[in-house]
Design a binder for this molecule. Structure first.
Ligand code: ATP
Ligand code: MG
Length: 557
């Protein structure tokens, strides 16, 4: 772990920034200033968490600051519902933007002015090619792009651009293009469109605008207006960096941000595109954006993921320049590690069957003092009760011994965790052969689970006092897809939905202790895994979600 952290500390973004802010470096004397720019058109997912950790984390590391900016320049896709959810998720991860919360749409007026500046400098022109014509005139590696409007007089472009803004032309009729290089080997530089006409209502500016800036023009301006020093983004923008720099260098913006790209996070066993996640929600394959099977941050939170586990995951996967897919089991590994440290241990029986201790006095109750978390003595102790009848897992008993099975079968001894050693004496069945009750005798000399004579007892099972318990519903979650790569190639991810990704158990028996649980509550149900209280749980109807099982499926390669 220490080794991995060191590696992350020395990543290439860190090195670039270190050089930039060094004596004589580009940003001498300037505080590192980054931003996280989500488009408010969906909920944040684990991929965004990586970007958040990079953006906010890098600023933190250099004692700098990070802005939260809603990148809402595209009016067609945004929804106000998402803004609050995005803020909640980032705050939950433990990052702060203080009062530096912005909407890119706040800069529309300034962006317009910068576009006018480009026209006046002869560096932009109004083009009347239709989208199809523009595509047909893109050229190829041996032929330049063509636009018959490229050399129209500056005055004419200024006039037309103003009339575009006033709404004199229909959607798609004209564009404003940057005049860069029709011959460029980088097609992003072949006079890219920087403004288009689009009569869509914007969720913040309403009908004020009918022209909107393109991302590649807007983004560098947003960064420069906010005084961002380092604009960290994902790899797909690498080929757009020359355009980013061009916009910065040819407009009179107040600062000169530097774009640095890093690889996107991909994880197997799930899908991460917003469109696909929305489809899962809208077509009811899951129960909402925060369904515990979703890779969204609200889904992971409801599943029982802790902020520390996600930040630790992002730290350890590091940043690189090559896209790769991380094992879902590594995310689970990071959660397990955190919960192993922090989660309170309790006993809960998922598939109960009664165990009757036939030689234990009727009506008697004993109390046992048990540790809340062996990894954290400071978490103290609690009392559990024991009486003649308790619940155990149905599969902790079999009638006929099989090789390797160390739990209850007639004649065998097991330890009831923290209580006594009991010896199985048989069971009762109904007319269909279903096991109704299991019988055992306890050894009073083994109180607390010790074997005074040192005899070997191989199995230890969990149990819950049948005189003192609460009922609970437990939801067992599994991978949402049956295929580890549900959306690669020409696969349709919907064909691989796992029909048993949610199994609900309604008759679970839990220690009374969990009755007072409040969200977020993470527990280790002994021998079963880590579970958390669901947000819809009430004291009358307790609901727990399985976060992750105990068995670690992550293999170090
Ligand atoms: P869209 O395809 O709708 O643009 P997006 O995933 O790019 O989706 P944004 O809201 O634009 O969504 O993302 C905000 C930031 O998060 C961007 O800087 C983007 O690069 C980053 N980001 C998104 N997905 C990932 C990912 N899987 N790994 C790392 N960073 C990501
Ligand atoms: Mg995006």
């Amino acid at each position: 772990m220490a080794e991995e952290l060191e590696l992350a500390a020395g990543n290439f973004i860190y090195d670039f920034i270190t050089e930039d802010i060094a004596q004589g470096g580009k940003y001498e004397g300037k505080k590192v200033h980054t931003r996280f720019p989500p488009e408010p058109n969906g909920y944040l997912h684990i991929g965004h968490a990586k970007a958040i950790c990079v953006d906010f984390g890098m600023a933190e590391r250099f004692y700098g600051i990070c802005n939260l900016r809603m990148d809402d320049t595209n009016p067609t896709k945004e929804d106000v519902e998402y803004v609050d959810a995005i803020k909640e998720d980032i705050a939950w991860l433990g990052f702060h933007w203080d009062d530096r919360f912005y909407f890119a749409s706040e800069y529309f007026e300034q962006m317009y002015e910068y576009a006018v500046e480009l026209i006046k400098k002869g560096l932009a022109y109004v083009c009347e090619l239709t989208p199809e014509e523009m595509r047909a005139n893109r050229g190829d590696l041996t032929h330049p792009a063509v636009s018959p409007y490229r050399d129209r007089p500056i005055e004419e472009s200024l006039d037309l651009f103003e009339r575009m803004k006033k709404g004199e032309f229909e959607d798609g009729k004209m564009t404003l293009r940057a005049k860069i290089d029709l011959n460029s080997g980088n097609f992003n530089m072949r006079d890219p469109v920087i403004y288009r006409i689009n009569r869509m209502k914007h969720h913040r500016t309403g009908d004020t605008w009918c022209i909107y800036p393109m991302y590649d023009f807007a983004h560098p301006l947003e960064d420069a207006i906010e005084g961002i020093t380092h604009s960290l983004c994902t790899l797909e923008f690498e080929d757009h960096r020359p355009l980013y720099d061009w916009v910065i260098n040819h407009t009179s913006v107040p600062s000169v941000p530097r774009q640095i790209e890093f690889a996107r996070l991909g994880i197997n066993n799930t899908v991460m595109s917003k469109r696909k996640l929305r489809q899962l929600v809208e077509e009811n394959y899951v129960n909402g954006w925060d369904d515990p099977r979703m890779p969204t941050l609200c889904g992971l939170r409801r599943r029982g993921y802790t902020p520390a586990s996600i930040r630790n995951f992002c730290e350890r996967i590091g940043v690189s320049k090559t896209n790769s897919v991380v094992e879902y089991s590594f995310l689970e590994h990071c959660l397990r590690e955190d919960l192993n440290e922090k989660a309170q241990r309790v006993m809960v029986v998922l598939n109960p069957i009664k165990l009757i201790i036939t030689n234990y006095p009727e009506g008697k109750t004993e109390e046992f003092d048990v540790e809340n978390n062996p990894n954290r003595p400071e978490d103290g102790h609690r009392t559990i009760t024991f009486s003649r009848e308790c619940y155990i897992e149905a599969d902790d008993f079999i009638e006929q011994k099989v090789k390797g099975y160390n739990r209850l079968y007639p004649g065998n001894e097991v330890r009831l965790k923290s209580a006594y050693i009991v010896k199985c004496t048989g069971c009762k069945k109904d007319e269909n052969g279903n096991i109704m009750e299991v019988y055992a005798e306890y050894d009073p000399a083994t109180r607390g689970g010790d074997t005074p004579d040192g005899r070997k007892v191989r199995g230890t099972i969990h149990w819950v006092d049948a005189e003192n318990y609460v009922n609970a519903e437990v939801r067992l979650y599994d991978n949402l897809f049956t295929d580890p790569e549900p959306d690669t190639g020409d696969k349709n991810f919907l064909d691989y939905i796992n029909p048993t990704s949610l199994v609900t158990l309604k008759n679970c028996k839990a220690e009374k202790f969990v009755e007072g649980a409040k969200v977020p509550s993470n527990y280790q149900f002994m021998r079963l895994g880590y579970f958390c209280l669901d947000k819809n749980s009430t004291p009358e109807h307790l609901i727990f979600n399985r976060s992750v099982s105990l068995k670690d499926g992550f293999k170090k390669k």
